[in-house]
Design a protein around this ligand. Sequence first.
Ligand code: ZN
Length: 400
Amino acid sequence: MKLTYFKLILLIFSSSLTWGQEVFEREHLVHIRSKNRLIQEKKTLKDLTDEKCFEGKYFKIVRQTDKQAICLEQDPELVFKAANVYYHLTLAREFYQNLQIPNSNLDRKITIRIEQDRQYSETLQFRGEMFSQANGALTIGPSEDHIAHDHYSWNEEIWFFVKKRVTRANPLRQAARVVNQREFKNAISGNLLLYDFVKVINSWTSGQLNAYRLEFHLYSMLFTVAAVELMPRVISLFGLFPQVYFEDTAMIPEVIYHEYGHIALDHVFGHKMSSHLSEGYPNLFAGMIAQRDRLAGNNRGVARGTQAKRANARGLYSLTEEFVQNAAFGSFTYALLTDIQENLGEEGLPILIAALKHLSHQSNLKKDFPRAILRAADEISQNPRAAKLRINQSLKKRGL
Ligand SMILES: [Zn+2]
């Protein structure tokens, strides 16, 4: 009995005192997923080193370009956001701790900027006030010694930009312009009408034309005219509505997991360049943390007009996957990695992690990645031949 009490006291003592630094826990409302919706729920924030502010052993949450952490007495909306970011970053960190990726440094203390509205500068950290930025998130690397002077230097940081409503022309507008052209309409209706006309003539010459058939083809022709004349008008009507886009990334769990992935994997991919692999790996892991196969979809109220990344996206490899735009916003690599992981079963995750050792920010998807993953299978699989066969299956399926 005495021993149990002793253990209990020891447990409390050791959990609140780590490395001589006192840490706190605090309950806060955060966003969590319930099926496909984001709902608010009370969760415990761990490893806080400040009783009243959002500063902990691993994360310091600040507003915009501030130096000090956000504190409880500040705007409730800001506090909610800070708590949300802190909570999900902690989840991500614990997940990566369990992955045990060699050389991954998860014990650094990272500054997190929410409501950031400034562009990033490699020399000054923040560009001037004229250079504003909104929507989206960014992970930055530490300042380089030769660039930043002492008081300008900074370490790795994650920025969640301020949400801003942006409208852009509806892509249907362009489509409407095409389908409303007389030539286009004539070509379509001409072909369809001709089809019915030929059918009627054929039936007639073969003596099979009856009232029912005639009526059918007349209706069909009527429908053709109505569709070809009306549909373009409907399309142009919808094209008049501009598309609305905004994104409050600090409120979307999967975006937070993704950004933390850039920190956990920066010994492999760095921060300078965004590539299919440097974006695909964090997406794979973000999906595992979130236990979803859709990243950053279903974000009513928090984001609009954004494209979800899908683990089951189809599509074959094309050269465009290698470049920034597709790499950062596409689903190709995420789907490819998911496919390999599932195809390999239990060995999937260890092999994908082992492949990281053979990758860098310069690795391309077409040649370097297959080489790295096959090599990893050779190194750690119980049955390398079978594993490589499965990997090749997955690669082939996606045109690699
Ligand atoms: Zn990214």
